[in-house]
Design a protein around this ligand. Sequence first.
Ligand SMILES: Cc1ncc(COP(=O)(O)O)c(C=O)c1O
Length: 390
Amino acid sequence: MFEKLASQPSDPLLALIRLFKDDKRSDKIDLGVGVYRDETGATPVMRSVKAAEALLLETQDSKSYVAPEGDTEFLDLLWDLVCGKATGKHHAGVQTPGGSGALRLASELMSRSGTRRLHLGLPSWPNHSAIFTATGLPIETHEFFDVEQQEIRFSSVMKALSSAQRGDAILLHASCHNPTGATLTSTQWSELAHVIAERRLVPLIDSAYQGFGAGIDEDVKGLRQIIAAAPEALIAVSCSKSFGLYRERTGAIFAVAETQSSAEIARSNLVTLARTSYSMPPDHGAAVVRTILTFEKLRQEWTDEMNAMRYRLNDLRRQLAKALSAGWQMAPQIAAQQGIFSLLPLSEANVMTLRHEHGIYMPVSGRINVAGLKAAEINRVADVLKPLLG
Ligand SMILES: Cc1ncc(COP(=O)(O)O)c(C=O)c1O
């Protein structure tokens, strides 16, 4: 049986992690990894998470199954955190294994309901098109970001949507765009909301970095504008970064519908899709998030930790932009972008030079994880980047 299969390429980011690990240079720098790092280069368990885990250890009295849609208290709290308490929108939520699980269920649901095509702005997180393709969803791509100019091509997004029809969907990043860090203005969000409502398109909003951009509430302002305007929507939420729960696989998919009965149809389909693949989501991460969001003291601690991560990131962005400014005209954009990623206009040969000659690691796309920088390394990194960018 296996002989008949073609072997699949390994994930280039996982291969990059291995290459970095094997590099013996003590001053090597990893800008490739997709997780938040603190100033010591660690991705620690958040204090609020540790406190919630201690509480769970004490109080949890069963490991029996949770509901097929997961933990409903977690879902209600997460809905409020992401979408807001008073949306007045009919919705259904299903807990998923991470944001990837949420995107997979969303994609299956869209395929099952006959979605004509999904509009996808490029560049995007590579797993987006991989997941959508895996469920047979037709994808139509458009340019989202000009890497040389470091700016969003909003006219290209609007042009793609001007030809979109009822039955089409569009993928949007709620904040902290992966891989570009590019941020839509509130006017652009309004324009998107308008065309989505007018053409009755279904927005699939990927929210994987809430809190890393401008603030916990600020990062979902655009998303909330879209939900308010759209007749139907899908929201894929990942708790991996915002709660530092990466390996616990914590997330949710929310379907927003025009009526409660339509929301219930969406829920039943999402539950069936989950049931026929992994049956039920893992509990631990969701129980941690539920505990944090329930107890005011833990919630405050988490908010403070989240804010501290964002301040560090924004500070690094400002320092890197300043250090690059003498040699690269677009440097100020690095400070204006949000989240952990920016995408530099580097060729594959440039990326290899950085890797082999300077021990600076990033994928061939030129995406850097700003959180992978330490303040003391910024000038060295900027000095080798400037001649390649300028
Ligand atoms: C844009 C985006 N969406 C979704 C995810 C999925 O996150 P996870 O499945 O780890 O929760 C990621 C992870 O890197 C991401 O960058």
